[in-house]
Design a protein around this ligand. Sequence first.
Ligand SMILES: *Cc1c(COP(=O)(O)O)cnc(C)c1O
Length: 417
Amino acid sequence: MRPALPEHGRPWAEIKDEMSGFSTNDVKWREGRHAFHVWYGGDDIFEVQRESYAMYMQENGGGAGKTFKSLKIMEDAVIDYAAGLLQGKTAVGHITSGGSESIFVALKAARDWARKHKPEITSPEVVIPFSGHPTFNRAAEYLGLTIVRVPVATDLRGDVPAMEAAINANTIALVGSAVCFPYGVVDPISDLSALAQRKNLWLHVDACIAGLQAPFARELGYEVPDFDFSLPGVSSISADMHKYGFGAKGSSLVLYANAELASFQPFNFYDWPLGQFSNPNVASTRPGGSIASSYAVMNYLGHDGYLALNKRLMNLRDEIMAGINAIPGLTINSTPHSLIISFGPSDQENVDGLAIYDEMAKRDWYLGRSYQPRGMMMGISLPHELSKAKLLADLAECTEQVIRTHQKSDPNAPLTY
Ligand SMILES: *Cc1c(COP(=O)(O)O)cnc(C)c1O
C-alpha cells in the first residue's frame, strides 16, 4: 500500500530525526568516499551557503530586477566577478540553476543567433568532442539541434582537425570543454576559437568544472591552456558556482562575450492575458537563495580565499596522482588541468579497468566508471584529505588482485551512480 499524506502533522523534531536516518545508506561523502556530486569546500563555507540561502529563500529570481532589486544587485555582482576571472571585458550573463541549464540557454542563444545570421540553415548541427557532457545532446533534443560527436585525440583532448572535418553547411556551433568531465583536460580552445572565427561559428566553452577554478590554478603556477574570453572566437561560457565556485546547489553561471550575443538567450512572449513575458531562464520561478548564496560565498572567500582553497585542493590532487602513479600497473590517463583525474590500467589490453572499479565499489568507493578508457575518474574535493591514504591502499590491493587473477568486470554489477 502506498502511504497517504499523514492525516495529522507531526512535530518537526521527530520528522528531522527520521529524515536524518534516510541518509544511512548514502555515499559517505563527508568521509571522502565519493567521486563527484558533492564539491565540498569546508564547514565554514557550508554555513555561509546555508544562512545566505535562507535569507532569500522566499524571494523569487523570476522577479530579479523587478520585484526583487536585491537579487539583481547580487546576480549582477556575481556575473561581474566571474567576467573578471574569465577575461570578459564586455561579457554579460545570468545565474542559472546549474550547468545543464547554462548549456541549454547558451545553445538556445546559439540557435537563435544562427537563425538570424545563417537563415539558410534549417537543420542546425553542433560539433563537439566525444568527451563533452551528455547535456549537449539532451539540450539538442529539446532545441531541435543535431550534435556531432568527434573522437578525441590521443592526449584525450578535443581533436580540432577532426572537428574541422566534421563541419558542414549545416554547422552553426562548436563546443569545447574546460575541463571535460571524463578526463579533466582543457580542449584546445585557442585552436577552436580560431576555427570558429574562420568559419563564422558560435563557440561555446563548457567550463562548468573549471571556470571558477582554473583561473586560480593558473595563478598558483599550474599550466592551464587558454579557454576564456581572452580568445576572440569564444561566444559563451558555462561555469558552475555549485562545483568549484563552492556555491549552494542550484547555481551556475552563463556568460556571453557581449550583449549582442546575450540578447539571443531570453524567451520573449506577449500573446496571453497578462501581456509581456520575458525571461532569460528555463524556469520562471527560481530560487532567490541560489543567487544570494553565490554572492555570499564569492564575497566570503574573495580572491585570496579561492586561492588558498585551490592551493590545498591542487596539492591534494598532486598527492593522489603521485600515489596512483606509484601503484604498479595503474596510471593517470591524461595530463589533467583541473581537479578531475582519470585513471586505470596502463595495460588496457590485458587488464580490465572496470574490474578494478568493481572491486573498489565492493569496498564502498563510489568512483566514476569510465568505459573509454576502461577505468575510473574522480573529482577531488576536501573530504578526500581524510580518505586519501585508504583510497590509495585499496586501489593498490584491488589493482594487484585484478592483475593477478585476470579478473574481468561483471557486466551485471549494479550501477553505483
Ligand atoms: C557538471 C557538468 C555539467 C552539468 O552541470 P549540472 O550542474 O550538473 O547540471 C556540464 N558540463 C560539465 C563539464 C560538467 O562537469
